[in-house]
Design a protein around this ligand. Sequence first.
Ligand code: FDA
Length: 385
Amino acid sequence: MSTPDLVIVGSGFFGLTLAERCATELDLRVLVLERRYHLGGNAYSEKDPETGIEVHKYGTHLFHTSNERVWEYVNRFTDFTAYQHRVFGKYQGQVYSLPMNLGLINQFFGRAFTPDEARALIAEQSSEIATEDATNLEEKAISLIGRPLYEAFIKGYTAKQWQTDPTELSPDIITRLPVRYTFDNRYFNDTHEGLPVDGYTAWLERMADHPNIEVRLDTDFFDVADEYKGTVPIVYTGPVDEYFDHREGRLSWRTVDLEAETLDVDDYQGTGVVNANDQDVPWTRVLEFKHLHPERTHLPGKTIVVHEYSRFAEDDDEPYYPTNTAEDRAKLLKYRELAKKEPLVLFGGRLGTYKYLDMHMAIGSALSMFDNKLKPYFSDGAAWA
Ligand code: FDA
């Protein structure tokens, strides 16, 4: 491509949604720069050649949304299966159905509570601490669900996620801990849910499949920035602190280590995700991808299992979840000011805004950026940003 009309840094859902919209609706020539060897950002998946199992390379990705505009948009590129996500949690040798619901409460306390009885029990157990008096995460959680459920289902898991004892964590990390007084154990409450019928990568490739879009893989924006900065409009979806050379300090992230292995069993755990709630089990979750697609035929007698470990990200690790401490928020404000002043550059996506975004949120926010910034600029001659 000679000089493009628009450069997009990053080919995740945010970047590809904008590329698709600008190419299809505005007939712009869009160059997407991607530093990984593949497109798709963290939603990328690949089929294991031996077993045919679709492996989500950066952790399990379940699509769900209640946003009708996003649902209509994504259905232009893929059909979805009827998959409904459910998560189970292991604690002291038993398996419970999450999120916390009447089934879990009855199993845990060894009783057959009615919804009202269970509600009364949790209200009584959580009255130990008033929520407004909580000074740390442990106290806040106890004030919301009581000590027994906290100790079983929150304490160990949270300590592993944050590598920190919950008594040392801020109460602001949790706002609510929903307990359902029904047997409903669907993980998501959204109107629409499912997995792309022929996989995430086929979906992502269709978004990029337009004669006006070039996706240049293995290309770090910072190696070619001089060619475009200040002359071609840019949407940057990489880490905002990296763009400014970390001049206000690094924003902190949690990362996950994913240890995958192929096992000679047909079915390892009977479901896609099992949390490890015991603190002395080092991983946080076990993923078994074949259960995300019960409609597919896989090689019998084999499965792929991933043990997921959570930790603070070091400089070269993949940034996954913003840690979002008070210090991070102060730095972010400074980066936002710098971002506003950067000529011809917009910042977006989860890394560019330092926000955890589900896929439907990344797509929805890209559609808004298209409507509110790019379309007015390119088709109506409005000022940039
Ligand atoms: P994303 O990170 O996907 O893409 C950014 C891209 O920019 C990357 O490909 C990166 O390589 C590239 N890039 C960065 N800097 C660059 C540079 N200098 N030059 C060139 N390229 C550069 N969501 C959901 O809805 N359901 C789910 O189940 C899950 N599960 C889940 C699990 C885990 C472990 C994580 C971390 C995240 C999820 N998500 C999720 C969230 C989902 O991954 C997220 O919504 C999308 O990745 C957001 O898309 P973006 O385009 O914003 O970022």
